[in-house]
Design a protein. Structure first.
Length: 268
């Protein structure tokens, strides 16, 4: 099991309500990534969805974070927010070649987020998956599909994702249809249900359940009670697990992440 890991984090690290909340009072804003990366085990970067970053920026992020820490990157919206996905090749390559390899061993999954109105079209979606490179700069790339339309809750989509070796984001949200089926050799989950009234963002029993689910996923199993498209899941070995507290009561996201990390440590 030492070859796999459960990584827990939040989206970004610059958020005003986290100051004097997650960050110590008076902590320099320029050192927020340094602090967050030593409390959490992963961060999902959302700024890459909206605009390109420089190679020097990725290198700076790598240098400010400790060994074992991982970034996941949300890929450019110009690749996914389009009518014909098969025509996204130039945008996909521009993102992959933007300098993300500067993250080195700290480069985690790339998340390709699609609009809630984007319906599943098997031929067009497969054409898009064929555009995704397997590596950059000698680094293996892992791709996660954040699909947000109910038409993706289908066996045809799952078969396509598995055939091309891409994960499917399992989103816990009131706004998007959940797909908990595993389609690659890692799990990527985004929890969007934190509450401002709860000190840890989630009820203790919810965090306990998430910790238990993470351990089952890591061991290659499927936690009970999940919203699956297919009742029978393919056999699998140990996996990496990535879980992020995103949106919801965002000011509580770090507390929820820390609460989950603490529970996972207690179970070791």
């Amino acid at each position: 099991m030492s070859e796999t890991a459960i990584r827990v984090g939040i989206g970004g690290w610059n958020f005003e309500p986290w100051r004097d909340n997650f960050y110590p009072k008076g902590w320099p804003q320029a050192r927020e990534l340094e602090y967050a990366s030593r409390k959490l085990t992963a961060i999902e970067i959302n700024s890459t969805y909206y605009s390109s970053q420089k190679p020097s920026t990725f290198a700076k992020w790598r240098g400010e974070t400790p060994a074992g820490f991982v970034f996941s990157l949300k890929a450019s919206r110009f690749a996914t927010n389009r009518r014909v996905l098969a025509e996204a090749g130039e945008s996909v390559q521009r993102f992959v070649d933007s300098g993300i390899a500067e993250l080195g061993e700290k480069l985690g999954p790339i998340v390709w987020q699609f609009a809630p109105t984007k319906k599943f079209d098997a031929a067009d979606f497969e054409a898009f998956l064929k555009l995704l490179p397997a590596q950059v700069g000698g680094l293996k790339l892992r791709h996660a599909m954040d699909v947000r339309h109910a038409s993706f809750q289908s066996a045809d989509y799952l078969a396509l994702a598995r055939r091309h070796g891409v994960a499917t984001v399992f989103t816990e949200s009131d706004d998007y249809p959940p797909i908990a089926d595993i389609t690659d050799d890692f799990v990527y989950s985004r929890v969007m249900r934190t509450s401002s009234e709860l000190p840890e963002g989630c009820a203790p029993e919810v965090l306990d359940g998430l910790a238990a689910s993470c351990r089952v996923w890591q061991q290659g199993g499927t936690p009970s009670g999940l919203p699956l498209v297919e009742a029978a899941q393919p056999a699998a070995g140990p996996r990496d697990v990535f879980l992020f507290f995103i949106s919801g009561a965002k000011e509580r996201a770090p507390s929820a992440a820390l609460g989950l990390i603490d529970r996972l440590k207690q179970a070791q």
